[in-house]
Ligand binder design. Sequence first.
Ligand SMILES: *Cc1c(COP(=O)(O)O)cnc(C)c1O
Length: 399
Amino acid sequence: MKLAARTTRIKPSPTLAITMKANALRAEGRDVISFGAGEPDFDTPYNVKMAAIEAIEAGFTKYTPVGGTDELKDAIIGKLQLDNNLTYRRSQIAVSCGAKHTLYNLAQALFEEGDEVIVPSPYWVSYPDIILLSGATPVILETKESDGFKIGPGQLDRAITENTRAVVLNSPSNPTGVVYSYAELEALAEVIVKKDILVISDDIYEKIIYDDCRFCNIASVSEEMKKMTVVVNGVSKTYAMTGWRIGYIAGHEDIISAITKIQSQNTSNPTSISQKAAVEALNGSQDIVAMMVREFKDRRDYIVERLNNIPGVNCMNPKGAFYVFPDVSSLYGMSCDGRKISSSTSLAEYLLDEANVAVVPGVAFGNDDHIRLSYAMSMKDIEEGLQRIDDAVTKLTAS
Ligand SMILES: *Cc1c(COP(=O)(O)O)cnc(C)c1O
């Protein structure tokens, strides 16, 4: 079958693939513990579910305006004002079917062949492919653990060419959990304003943040910087609503109307019922979020300490999101029963085959020295899974 060339430029999401492989092995009867999850394990809050049930019973089951209802846009405007001190009008907001869909629409609205978009690595798996689907070229800007996995102003400045249209920032980051401080964003903003490029700020993990860390959006640095920022966020991670598919964007009116036009020719509006649920998530009590974050923090504390006690594993303490991204490269070159570990992929395969534990190879995020483990799972499974990893790694010997 002849398919369009764009289908060969991209690959399926590797994180979804790992989850599916773990599920398939479970269906065969294997007792697999998966650290692959990219979603909270908590249930959607009760008040949110009730809002959806009420929407169904009230017959709120028809098309809505393409870019979302005014009620939801107003809830988003209120959230951005209250949490981020950013002021937007309705014409500057569009709601899509999840933040991934928002990012896809955004890339379609902004980028084309010849454009470059800077993506700091380690990156969320979908950024490069979403950029490729627009015809543009993702330019990967590598960061190292020794730089805190953050890009600096000099590095950004050097990467910008006359073709650069935008840079993607994701703080707290998936997969590293790294959070940019206000001062760091201020330094980046200086380069961005000078070079006149856009920032795509993916704030999906904004609320999942630990210790004394505070979330900042680069748009709040200055009025000028706000004009060059598109804010992408959604309810999936904060309110355990991944299946409801509601994401949103705030930014320049021209971008918003282009996105809405594109959306009018593909999905039309996001699900009417989910929009009602998202209004309740944003406007209702936020207590449940604090409860989830406390639970995530306890798990993070445990998993980081436990991983660092495994010889050959070095794990940085993440400040946000629900992933750890340990450096496992000192295990490369070791082997077990003639099976040699040489990369993040071969380690992930070894752990799945020998220890019944699923992890995501770091190479999927642009860094082959690391693996990603989600801790969006019960403490009991975390303990058992880490014991299995410890045992499997201990079996490895220098060869
Ligand atoms: C999960 C995730 C998204 C997408 O979330 P949606 O469920 O599509 O709203 C976007 N960015 C990052 C970094 C993510 O981890």
